[in-house]
Each structure stands twice: as C-alpha cells, then as structure tokens.
Design a protein around this ligand. Structure first.
Ligand code: GLU
Length: 417
C-alpha cells in the first residue's frame, strides 16, 4: 500500500465545505455538520492468552441522527484513531442519505491487529468494548455492523453481550449477523453486489459493454474478492489483483476464485501461476477499464492520480481517493463511482436485516438482491441526474444529494432550544 500521511477528517470536512458552497447553503450549516453529535473513547483491558493484561483503545462516533438511528460498522485495525473514525462516521451519514435509508451515520473501531490475536482474545475485546458503549447503542439508537477485520462472529458476540444485559435476545441491535442468528441472506456479499450493480449502471450510462472489460482490484477481502468474482462471472477480464502483501498481473486474465484458494493456502495472492508479481503502486497504475480500490483509505493521492489509467473508478473501500486526487481524476474524465454510492450495498442490506428482525421475518436471497438492485439503481440515477444538472463529477454530485437530504431534515426539525 502507498504510505502517505493524510488525515481523513480533513478530507471529510473539506468535502462538507465544498458541497455547502456548491449547494449555496448558509456556511453556518457546515459548522454543525463538521462536528459529530457524540464521540466516545474507551479503554479496553483484556487478559491475553499468556495471562498478561493488555489495554486497547476503542471508539464510537455518532455523527448525525436527523434521518434515523445511527448506523455504521466497527473496524479492528492497528491504525484506527479518533479522527479516522470521525471521518468514517460522516461518510456513513452521507452514504445512508444517498442510499435513502432511514439512518444517520456512526462508526466504531478498536486499535488492534487481529492477525496477532487469538479467537478468545478477540471475543474478550469485543465483549468488553460492547459493555463500554452499551448505553449508547441499541435498535433505535445506534446499530453497529461489520467493517474491516470484523465479521458475523464479531456481531454475534455484540448481540449476545447486549442481549445479556437486556435479559432477552435482541437481534435488531446489530446487523451483519450469521444467518442462523437472524442475519440476512445476502448480507455477506452485499457490498460487492451493490458495487457490481453500480458498475452495470455506469457501463450502461457510458455506452460500453461489460463483456471483455479489463478489471483491476486492489484489496482481496470480502469486498474485493467477491466483486472480482462477480465481474469475472459476467465476462470481464480480471487483469490485476492485490492484497496487503502485494499484487499480481496477467493481461490474459486471472480467475479470482482460484486466487482465493491460493491465498487461503499460501497467505498471499502473489506467486500465482503465470501471473507476474507487482507492487501495489504498479497495480493501481495498471491500464484498465474498471479500477476497484477495495482496501484502505488514501490510496489514490496527488502522488499517483495522474498515473491512474482507467475509464471507471468504483470505490469499494471508504475514502480511497483524496480530494486533490479526485479533482485530477475528474479532469482526466475518469468516471468515478464514489464510495458513498459504490459501497452502499452493505449498509442497505443491513437496513433490510434490521427490518426483517423488527418484523421477525426472513426474506429469500432473491428478494434481498431484487430490493438491493432497485435501491442502488435509484441512488445511482439520482446522483447521475445531479451530476448532469450541475455539470459536475459523480463524487461532487453524490455529496450534494446526501448533504442536501440531511440538511433538509435538520432544517425542518429545527434547532432546539
Ligand atoms: N461497514 C460498512 C460500511 O462502511 C457497513 C455498515 C453497516 O452495515 O452499518 O458501509
């Protein structure tokens, strides 16, 4: 990954300023939007397997709840900090507004390296973290979900801990649960599915044909590998893939499912058949038709933006492109599907999970994907229309749609007292 120190909170605040100006709104509204309503910082002491005590830092930031309860994932990563979690909570607010689901934005995180923790240690961290934020989460208040290096097992522990304190099972307090514990069918691949639907819409708008398009995917976690698999199955040629250890390229095309098994066996996507090993920098600069950053934030910066050679940029990750880089890409006429639209499939199916839980229902996978397609297509065309109307790029248009919706709610609710 390209290491460059950019504070995501500066990026997120800059986006608010720019959008408020573009929408012609009173700058004082921007001052409200740039501060989260509640920021929680906790310390999480746990006993490690070797008997020693270690203390981790935990965060939960709740940005705005004018459109509904706070919603957003919890990430476990060594670089998690308050500024990053705050920026991510803001992006959740705009994402839920663009997707038009009745939620506000939140994000949580624990600064830790899951690769160095046992399953028991992860469970103790999760349960202690949940206990520390217990009074500030709940089905009508703030509903956590998975994010980087957390999964359905993490959500099951959160649900169990929350439910123990309530005295009964409360499935609707968290989403992204295992299916047998009232999770939703389709949730585990929902972000990649939503990304796929957005790409189909973009390809159509640009008058292209999906079959044969060359795809590069950075990140081989749940989003990256499933997106690569879906596109491969639809006739695209995956010419580059990468994970945190490096990348591989092959102009003849790579079968992502075989790479998936190779990664399980060897721990890396590299050294795969006749593919060439490349660095992450080279991966991002590979000439292609669709580039999917699906790893960490701040990957496309002022340093490499001019070298990005793609027709479509579909952001699976949150905040992979800095503001300056985004302007360079827009000048190069790269069609950007920004994160708050491109990866909104995850939180949209989280919303479906919550609705199913509240109604004690279980929908079929077909019903989930049909509803998701409808929701994504609506969001995409609203952003696309805004882009045309204001003669701007898709990123600016997405922020305009999201921020306009939130501000409308805020203004009608009023400022009290
Ligand atoms: N962590 C995911 C995101 O960044 C999903 C959040 C959710 O489902 O609440 O959108």
């Amino acid at each position: 990954m390209i290491k460059i120190k950019i504070n995501p909170l500066d990026v997120a605040k800059g986006q608010i300023d720019k959008t408020i100006k573009k929408l012609g709104l009173d700058p004082s509204i921007g001052r409200i939007l740039k501060k989260p309503k509640r920021s929680i910082r906790v310390s999480i002491p746990i006993r490690k397997d070797d008997g020693k005590i270690e203390v981790f830092d935990g965060f939960r930031v709740q940005h705005i709840d004018s459109r509904g309860p706070y919603k957003g994932g919890i990430r476990y990563h060594p670089e998690v900090n308050m500024d990053e979690v705050t920026a991510l909570s803001m992006w959740m607010t705009w994402k839920c507004a663009v997707a038009n689901i009745p939620y506000g934005g939140a994000k949580g995180g624990v600064t830790c390296n899951t690769k160095e923790l046992s399953i028991g240690e992860l469970e103790r961290i999760t349960r202690r973290y949940t206990t520390m934020i217990l009074n500030n989460i709940g089905p009508y208040l703030d509903i956590p979900a998975p994010d980087m290096y957390t999964n359905s097992q993490t959500m099951a522990w959160i649900m169990d801990t929350y439910s123990q304190f309530q005295g009964h099972l409360v499935p609707e307090c968290v989403t992204g649960k295992p299916i047998h514990l009232q999770g939703s069918k389709g949730r585990s691949v929902a972000t990649a599915k939503g990304l796929d639907y957005c790409i189909l819409d973009a390809v159509k708008c640009l008058g292209m044909r999906l079959k044969g398009l060359r795809v590069v995917v950075q990140g081989f976690g749940k989003v990256g590998w499933n997106a690569a698999r879906f596109l491969h199955n639809q006739g695209c040629k995956i010419i580059g893939l990468g994970d945190s250890t490096g990348g591989i390229s092959n102009p003849q095309g790579i079968n992502p499912t075989i790479v998936h098994w190779h990664k399980i066996e060897t721990g890396t996507v590299q050294n795969f058949g006749t593919s060439k090993n490349i660095t992450n920098e080279e991966l991002l600069e590979t000439e292609c038709d669709i580039l999917i950053p699906a790893a960490l934030g701040n990957q496309i910066t002022i340093k490499n933006a001019a070298n990005i050679e793609t027709r479509i940029l579909a952001e699976g990750a949150n905040g992979p492109t800095t503001s300056e880089a985004s302007e360079i890409l827009a000048e190069k006429d790269i069609f950007m599907i920004p994160d708050i639209l491109a990866n909104s499939g995850g939180v949209t199916v989280s919303y479906f999970e919550w609705v199913q839980n509240l109604h004690r229902e279980q929908w079929s996978e077909k019903m989930v994907f049909d509803k998701l397609k409808n929701q994504i297509d609506c969001a995409f065309s609203e952003v696309y229309d805004k882009m045309k109307q204001y003669e701007t790029d898709m990123r600016t248009a997405a922020f305009m749609v999201g921020i306009e919706r939130v501000v409308a709610c805020k203004q009608t609710l009023g400022l009290w007292p």
